[in-house]
Ligand binder design. Sequence first.
Ligand SMILES: [Cu+2]
Length: 238
Amino acid sequence: MHKNVVRRALARTAAVGAAAALAALGLANPAAAHVTVSAANTVAGSYTVLTVSVPHGCDGEATTAVAIQMPEPLYAVTPTVNPAWDVEKVMAELPEPITDAHGNEVTERVSEVVYTAHTPLPDDLRDVFELSLQLPEETAGQTLHFPVVQTCGASEHPWIEIAEEGQNPDELESPAPFIEVTAADAAAADEPQATAAADTGAAEDEDGTDPLLYAALALGAIGVLLGAFALARGRRRA
Ligand SMILES: [Cu+2]
């Protein structure tokens, strides 16, 4: 009777652990399996690297081209070469010339970046495209959308849907990839707390009282004890 109780408890712990791991891997979030964009950082005014991920083809078809549209506030972007693809910047005339951060007059902007495959990307393989750019100060607090048209030979899948105010983008069939630009001061405001938290962590480390480490050790010790106990019981009975 007692052995079963232990076995059930261990099984339940393992199940909870597995569920947490699945959630962490984002398998619980279907939107994560669409064409998405992530940013090295999202602070307004800063330079960042955006990563556009293409995790599958168009209804099973291999991908032959990926066209990434750049939102209006952005005018300059440096695409990262990807050896399996050709890359092209599509330029568009600016309504009014602007002056860039280096004082140069700019009359056109990069409206689109197009990657064309040397060999089609199979449906069950993933690739990523990195774009280096500066997030303009004035986009602080804004959501920037990067509509993507994914071409798969003769067919296309446009990832261009934009959520209405208050709508969850995960509900959309083909959401346009997006990032939320954070205000520099908001990011700076978070910084001290982060440092304080890091400091406290460091202090604890210094005197060796890292709670997580001890929790893991304790769990391990319990596991060993349980095993030894079960073993001893088993021997006594034999
Ligand atoms: Cu998808």
